[in-house]
Design a binder for this molecule. Structure first.
Ligand SMILES: Cc1ncc(COP(=O)(O)O)c(C=O)c1O
Length: 401
């Protein structure tokens, strides 16, 4: 008998996965605030707006109607149709309601994709810096994350280099995870680069997992959704959700789109995993898509204003290389000037700012793998006054170093 009781020995991949920094820092900030300390947080990535009234009312009405039992695993037909109509209207695609699976959050859809495709030793290309969950699910299913960095141009920001992705492809490459608009950089990829990428994946028989959860939060006209490619059914698993667009992070509602033959497989996995997404939340989802988009438009306008204000203030910070984001609600300046001056890591710098001036940003290397190690992420999903105050404190602090 070994020294450890058997519950200690989880399957080895469980020891390879890592938690999410944004959530650990959220807990830390809450603790500091509980101790009476003032902290301005540019940490967690969730809209600070309430969920629009008409969406909340739809959930309340569904509760009052006792729409509280299990639903079909794939999601109620009404919502799946609403999703397909919405995508087809927005992107001119040809998705049918039968090709949509409703999930409790995009994270669940990401997990299901990895569970469905990653075989032992398969390589998954992850465009970095990356949303942290991709690498975790790849490792969990015995895959190998292969990071390919975005290109960085000072003053301009990050861009997709599809040739670099092509060069990283091997015989073992199975999946490419791509998030556009991009967390953490705020980049929106050039359609030309996406066209090239799609050519490459077709040529090499690779699956693309397209996470487009920020597709309504853009300040540029150049966004192209991968669901618009006529041959999407051959290479694409498409993921999107309600969290960011409708300020519904806590509701846990999202969807996965895939060709029809795959749906029974995803359903069988989903029924083992979560049975169905929350019933009355699905009803609210229908109204979110079909109801008034005014609140979303106002939110995006406000995010854009905040980005401009944050950018203008941070320009004054010595050692910061700032550029305007094109989408999402993140700014990702390079801070190598400061790190070199102080000879510290980005995590050291983030902790220093939190402790000395009570302002939280996230270290860029919290977005695997290493490409973000000289950057910090600001989520400007917080009120304008806090943005101004927090940014000014940072400028004052770094300029005094
Ligand atoms: C790129 C990306 N994908 C997925 C998610 C998770 O979204 P959900 O709330 O739908 O699980 C996030 C949340 O921050 C994200 O940034």
């Amino acid at each position: 008998m070994g020294l450890n009781p058997p519950v200690i020995d989880m399957q080895p991949n469980m020891y390879k996965i890592e938690g999410e920094s944004a959530f650990s820092y959220l807990a830390l900030v809450k603790k500091m605030q509980g101790q009476g300390k003032r902290v301005i947080s540019f940490g967690i990535g969730q809209p600070d707006f309430p969920t629009p009234e008409h969406i909340k009312n739809a959930a309340k009405a569904a509760l009052d109607d006792n729409f509280t039992g299990y639903t079909e695993t794939q999601g109620i037909e009404e919502l799946r149709s609403a999703v397909s109509e919405y995508l087809n209207f927005k992107y001119g695609s040809d998705v049918s309601g039968e090709e949509v699976v409703i999930t409790p959050g995009s994270k669940t859809a990401i997990f299901m994709t990895a569970a469905s495709y990653i075989r032992d030793g398969d390589e998954a290309i992850i465009i970095e810096p990356s949303y942290y969950a991709y690498a975790q699910v790849v490792k969990l299913f015995n895959g190998i994350p292969k990071f390919v960095s975005l290109d960085f141009t000072p003053g301009k920001g990050f861009s997709l280099n599809a040739e670099k992705v092509e060069k990283a492809i091997t015989k073992r490459t199975r999946v490419i995870f791509i998030n556009n608009p991009h967390n953490p950089t705020g980049a929106v990829f050039d359609p030309k680069d996406l066209d090239y990428l799609m050519e490459v994946v077709k040529k090499n028989n690779i699956i693309v997992v397209a996470d487009e959860i920020y597709d309504n939060l853009i300040y540029t006209s150049k966004f192209k959704s991968l669901i618009t490619y006529p041959e999407w059914r051959d290479n694409l698993i498409y993921i999107n959700g309600f969290s960011k667009t409708f300020s519904m992070t806590g509701w846990r509602l999202a969807y996965l789109v895939a060709r029809k033959e795959l749906i029974p497989r995803f359903n069988d996995l989903a029924v083992s995993l979560y049975s169905c997404a929350t019933s009355f939340v699905q009803k609210a989802g229908v109204i979110a898509l079909k109801g008034d988009w005014g609140p979303v438009k106002n939110m995006v306008k406000e995010f854009h204003e905040r980005a401009k204000v944050l950018h203008d203030i941070l320009k004054g910070a010595q050692g910061f290389d700032v550029y305007m984001p094109e989408g999402a609600f993140y700014m990702f300046p390079r801070v190598s000037g400061i790190l070199n001056k102080l000879n510290i890591s980005v995590k050291g710098f983030v902790d220093m700012m939190l402790n000395k001036i009570g302002v939280l940003v996230l270290p860029g290397d919290a977005f695997p793998d290493k490409a973000g190690r000289e950057f910090v992420r600001f989520s400007y999903a917080t009120d304008m006054e806090s943005i101004k105050e927090g940014a000014r404190k940072i400028v004052e602090f770094v300029n005094s170093l």
